[in-house]
Structures are given as structure tokens and as C-alpha cells.
Design a protein around this ligand. Structure first.
Ligand SMILES: *[C@@H]1O[C@H](CO)[C@@H](O)[C@H](O)[C@H]1NC(C)=O
Ligand SMILES: *[C@@H]1O[C@H](CO)[C@@H](O)[C@H](O)[C@H]1NC(C)=O
Ligand SMILES: *[C@@H]1O[C@H](CO)[C@@H](O)[C@H](O)[C@H]1NC(C)=O
Ligand SMILES: *[C@@H]1O[C@H](CO)[C@@H](O)[C@H](O)[C@H]1NC(C)=O
Ligand SMILES: *[C@@H]1O[C@H](CO)[C@@H](O)[C@H](O)[C@H]1NC(C)=O
Ligand SMILES: *[C@@H]1O[C@H](CO)[C@@H](O)[C@H](O)[C@H]1NC(C)=O
Ligand SMILES: *[C@@H]1O[C@H](CO)[C@@H](O)[C@H](O)[C@H]1NC(C)=O
Ligand SMILES: *[C@@H]1O[C@H](CO)[C@@H](O)[C@H](O)[C@H]1NC(C)=O
Ligand SMILES: *[C@@H]1O[C@H](CO)[C@@H](O)[C@H](O)[C@H]1NC(C)=O
Ligand SMILES: CC(=O)N[C@H]1CO[C@H](CO)[C@@H](O)[C@@H]1O
Length: 454
């Protein structure tokens, strides 16, 4: 008895010096749509070529809400290339029609799409809720340059003058056809973007556009989608960085076309995510990565490609930049038809995936008290089923004893509170909390991400 008391008071002494994470359920922020992954550029084919057990493993790593990251958004590529060598994405209208007034020369869904259709079904069967189709460019014959690669502009938008005329309606018709082709395969495309990194001119498929020029096409695309009876909403513009996207969104707003958008999309390469965009539209970060060699570390030197770095990027995207979705890093590597390995980044994403946070959840207030120089960063999301997921990142060098306060005691008491830990040694390892008079206490090791699920 005496011995037990001694242990108990020692525990309390440790607790008293710890930090408190305060959850404020009535402080409600943006809705949560999910986290996502892109398998454009024939990456779906790579997954398809895996042998059966490895394929199941890879798909489960990405999409399973029981054993994987629980991604619920899939970003597919909408092809613009005339042919499909290497990773090129072939168009459904690869050869030029007689003129901009003629119907396009449609072909059945090319190879890249066949595998994207397959992957979309695999993803949906594992709980994916959003399919996002993104075009890197219009077809070459619709552009000022005559090719889908190396930048150039869509004929018909501001500051273009093409001998072949205005191709905006043709491009809009092609997008409608593409959505209907997927529909015929049982796949609803929820969002479509007609641009990718329109601030860049690259050697692969690329099409440039500023906000005014995007607005010039939105004027045509929006009514064309409506007339076709499609519920697919328009996303724009997958700017290569947050500020490049902000500039394009501002241009669209100034041109009076913001209402045509269902979603604002940005990448994180050219400039990282920062203050929110001035919009009531939902915002997704749809591509951001490093091009470093494969890095399986969670934390070694704090480099850009480590898991902990990405855990912070994801958390800050939701907490600071007001996104409702966050897509893709180099998460999973396929070496040959049998070998699949995942990086720690996958487990960083998993803390924000559908195992813990479901579509329709709302981000709620979460603050840390106890020591103003603490190294914790926290976020919290309330699910519609009454559960709450709290993500605590300890960027510091010391283990922190963290008390969670502010949430109603769930049925089952502390036993209904679970923790999940990821760091250099752990990949989402399940644990439990100590009940301290209705407050729940857990240790968060240095350089770790711990989720509480209440
Ligand atoms: C988990 O995935 C299954 C499909 O495998 C889906 O039916 C279910 O709704 C998902 N659950 C959550 C909570 O997302
Ligand atoms: C895009 O870059 C290529 C290669 O540098 C260049 O030849 C071309 O003129 C550029 N296109 C535009 C529209 O700036
Ligand atoms: C069109 O060109 C004019 C003159 O070069 C330039 O001032 C304007 O910014 C351009 N507009 C767009 C939308 O590119
Ligand atoms: C074809 O281009 C011409 C010249 O720009 C334009 O007047 C016409 O409306 C375009 N056709 C279609 C179907 O958009
Ligand atoms: C955050 O985004 C939502 C839409 O998802 C919007 O209604 C809200 O005003 C935004 N908040 C801020 C601070 O920008
Ligand atoms: C994370 O913590 C750092 C240091 O306390 C702070 O500067 C930053 O704003 C925090 N980020 C979030 C998302 O809370
Ligand atoms: C990829 O597979 C080859 C042959 O099976 C092997 O030699 C190589 O080490 C593997 N590379 C990685 C990064 O796993
Ligand atoms: C955790 O995942 C990494 C790859 O990200 C793997 O190398 C390691 O063996 C896994 N550890 C455990 C304990 O499962
Ligand atoms: C952690 O340790 C490193 C190296 O000793 C130091 O540079 C860094 O400031 C420490 N971080 C914190 C949050 O104390
Ligand atoms: C741009 C990028 O990083 N894309 C990657 C997204 O994640 C999938 C799965 O790990 C990779 O195949 C893509 O290359």
C-alpha cells in the first residue's frame, strides 16, 4: 500500500510540472475534407504492375483506414499529350480536328486513364471520398505554341491571338467528355482543374495563365459543365506555390469569376503555405514534395525530406493556412514488382487521415499552457460522431508530460481515450492515457507526434 502511494505521488509530481493541452470545442474553424495522394503521370500503372500481395499492401498503406494512412482524396491527371511514352499522359482527343468549330477527335480512355480508373475503384473501395482530376495543359493544337509541353497559353484568353481561332469552348467540351468517360466507368469526379502550376513554363506538359486568363476560361467552362448536367465543381489553379496561387485567385476575384469555383488549390514548392487566402472557398494544398533521394528518417538532422518536417507542414497548413485538404509527398516507393517500402512521411500523414479525422470534421481550438517556451504544436478536430482527434507535435529535445483538458469524459472514461505515437522508433504505435481526476495524461517523447483520440 505504502509503496503504491509513493509511486502515485511521484507520478503526480511529474504531472504537475508538465504542459497542458487545452481543447476548446466551441471555437470552431474550417471543415476538414481529408488528406490525399496523387498518382498521375502513369504512377497508377506502377501500382497496377505490382504482384498481388505487394499491390494490396501498397493500396492499403495509402487508403486503408485501418492499417494505412487513410487518404481520402485521389488526384488524377487529365491528359494532354498526343502520345504516351514514358510517363506522358495521353489526351482523349490527341489529334487536331479540322477547326475550332469542329467536334474533337475523341478516342476511348487511353492507358493512363485505364489505370487511373482501376486505381480510383481501388481507392473508393477503401474509403476514398474525393476524386480530383487535374489537367497539366490543354492539347497543343488549342494553344499559342502548338504543343502541350513548354508552356504557352490557351487560345482565346486575354493577350492571345491564334490563327486557328478561340479554342476555349473546345477545351471545355473535352473536360466534360473526360468527366463523362469516368462517369461511364462508375467514377464521379468531384473536382476538376484545367491548370497545373500555370506560373511555370516547363519541359513537360504545362500551360501558363494568370488570374485574368483563368477567368476568361472559367466564363466558358462553368456554363459548359452546368449545361452537361454535371455536378463536378471547378478547382483552380494549382499554382506552384502559395503566393503564386494567391496572385491568381486575386486575379479571378478581380475579374468577377470567383463564384464559378468550388475549390481553390495550391502547391507548396515555389513559396510555402502562409497566411490564409482571402476567400470563403475551400482550399486544398494539392502537391508539395522534395526531390531529395529516398529518405526513410523521421528525424535525423531536421532536413526537408524527414517525416517530422512534413508532420509540421501538414499541421501548419490546417492551423495557419486554413486549408481543408492536404495532398501527397513521396510516401511510398516501388522498386520492382514485388518491393514496396514506405517512408516515415506516410505515418506523418496518417495522423491526419481518416483513421482519426473524418470528412465533415471541424477543426476546433487547441492551445498549450504551462511553459511559454515549450516546443509543442497542437491541432484538434471534432468528428461528427462525437470523437475528437488531437495532434501534439513535440519539436523539442525533451520528453513532455502532457495533460489533455477541455473535452467531456467519454463513455468508458479514460479507457476510451487512445494515443498513437510516431517518431524514429514508432509508426503509429497505440497507447493509453493515465487518468488524473478526469484529465488524461500521456508522455510525448522528443521529436514525436502523438495523437489523442477521445
Ligand atoms: C473506412 O473504409 C471503409 C471502406 O474500406 C468505409 O466503408 C468506411 O466508411 C471507412 N470508415 C471511415 C470512418 O472513414
Ligand atoms: C518556354 O520555355 C521554352 C524553353 O526555354 C522557350 O523556348 C519558350 O519560348 C517558352 N515559352 C513561353 C510561352 O514563354
Ligand atoms: C496583356 O499584355 C499587356 C501588354 O503587354 C500587359 O500589360 C498585360 O498585363 C497583359 N495581360 C495579361 C492578362 O497577360
Ligand atoms: C473559333 O474561333 C473564332 C475566331 O476566334 C471564334 O469567332 C469562334 O467563336 C470560335 N469557335 C468556337 C466554337 O468557339
Ligand atoms: C477558412 O476557410 C473557410 C472555408 O473553408 C472560410 O469560410 C473561412 O472564412 C476561412 N477563415 C480564414 C481565417 O480565412
Ligand atoms: C508551432 O510552434 C512554433 C514555436 O512555438 C510557433 O512559432 C508556430 O507558430 C507554431 N505553429 C502552430 C501551427 O501552432
Ligand atoms: C531495388 O531492387 C534491386 C534489385 O532487386 C536492388 O538491388 C536494389 O537494392 C533495390 N533498391 C532499393 C532502393 O531498395
Ligand atoms: C516503421 O516504418 C519504417 C519505414 O517507414 C520501417 O523501416 C520500420 O521498420 C517500422 N518500424 C516499426 C516498429 O514498425
Ligand atoms: C535541441 O537541441 C539542439 C541541438 O543541441 C538545439 O540546437 C536546439 O535549440 C534544441 N531545441 C530546443 C527546442 O531546445
Ligand atoms: C509529386 C509527388 O511527390 N508525387 C508522389 C505522390 O505520392 C505518390 C505515392 O507515394 C508517388 O508515387 C508520387 O510520385
Amino acid at each position: 500500500m505504502v509503496a503504491r502511494l509513493a509511486i502515485w505521488s511521484a507520478t503526480l509530481a511529474t504531472l504537475a510540472s508538465g504542459l497542458t493541452v487545452n481543447i476548446h470545442p466551441s471555437t470552431r474553424y474550417q471543415a476538414f475534407d481529408g488528406i490525399g495522394v496523387a498518382e498521375a503521370f502513369q504512377r497508377s500503372l506502377v501500382l497496377h504492375e505490382l504482384n498481388t500481395p505487394s499491390q494490396k499492401l501498397a493500396l492499403d498503406y495509402l487508403f486503408s483506414n485501418k492499417t494505412g494512412a487513410g487518404f481520402t482524396i485521389l488526384r488524377n491527371g487529365l491528359g494532354s499529350s498526343p502520345t504516351d511514352p514514358f510517363d506522358h499522359m495521353k489526351s482523349i482527343a490527341p489529334t487536331a480536328p479540322r477547326s475550332n468549330n469542329s467536334e474533337l477527335n475523341y478516342i476511348p480512355l487511353p492507358r493512363n486513364d485505364e489505370y487511373q480508373v482501376w486505381l480510383s475503384h481501388q481507392a473508393i473501395s477503401r474509403g476514398v471520398t474525393y476524386i480530383y482530376a487535374d489537367a497539366w495543359s490543354a492539347d497543343g493544337y488549342m494553344k499559342t505554341t502548338g504543343t502541350d509541353t513548354d508552356g504557352g497559353y490557351l487560345c482565346g484568353v486575354t493577350n492571345t491571338s491564334c490563327a486557328t481561332g478561340d479554342w476555349r469552348q473546345s477545351y471545355a467540351d473535352k473536360i466534360v467528355r473526360y468527366i463523362k468517360d469516368y462517369q461511364a466507368q462508375g467514377i464521379t469526379i468531384d473536382y476538376v482543374d484545367f491548370l497545373n502550376e500555370p506560373d511555370l513554363n516547363t519541359t513537360y506538359a504545362s500551360m501558363q495563365s494568370d488570374g485574368q486568363q483563368a477567368a476568361d476560361f472559367l466564363k466558358i467552362l462553368y456554363p459548359t459543365l452546368k449545361q452537361a448536367g454535371l455536378t463536378t465543381e471547378i478547382a483552380c489553379c494549382d499554382g506552384s506555390g502559395w503566393e503564386q496561387q494567391r496572385e491568381r485567385l486575386t486575379g479571378i476575384q478581380e475579374a468577377g469569376e470567383e463564384d464559378t469555383l468550388g475549390l481553390v488549390t495550391s502547391h507548396g514548392y515555389s513559396s510555402p503555405l502562409s497566411t490564409p487566402f482571402a476567400t470563403d472557398k475551400k482550399v486544398w494544398q494539392t502537391e508539395w514534395s522534395t526531390f531529395d533521394p529516398i529518405n526513410y528518417d523521421w528525424y535525423a538532422s531536421g532536413s526537408q525530406s524527414e517525416g517530422l518536417t512534413w508532420a509540421n507542414h501538414i499541421q501548419q497548413a490546417f492551423a495557419v493556412s486554413n486549408v481543408t485538404g492536404f495532398d501527397n509527398q513521396s510516401l511510398l516507393f516501388v522498386n520492382n514488382t514485388a518491393e514496396v517500402s514506405v517512408t516515415k512521411r506516410l505515418w506523418a500523414h496518417a495522423h491526419f487521415g481518416s483513421r482519426f479525422i473524418r470528412r465533415g470534421a471541424t477543426r476546433i481550438g487547441a492551445t498549450v499552457t504551462g511553459d511559454s517556451t515549450n516546443a509543442l504544436n497542437v491541432t484538434a478536430f471534432a468528428n461528427t460522431d462525437g470523437t475528437t482527434a488531437v495532434q501534439v507535435i513535440n519539436n523539442g529535445n525533451d520528453t513532455e508530460t502532457v495533460t489533455l483538458e477541455g473535452l467531456a469524459v467519454p463513455r468508458g472514461g479514460a479507457g476510451a481515450v487512445r494515443t498513437w505515437l510516431t517518431n524514429q522508433l514508432h509508426n503509429l504505435t497505440q497507447g493509453s492515457v493515465v487518468d488524473n481526476n478526469g484529465c488524461w495524461v500521456a508522455e510525448v517523447p522528443a521529436k514525436s507526434l502523438l495523437s489523442f483520440v477521445v
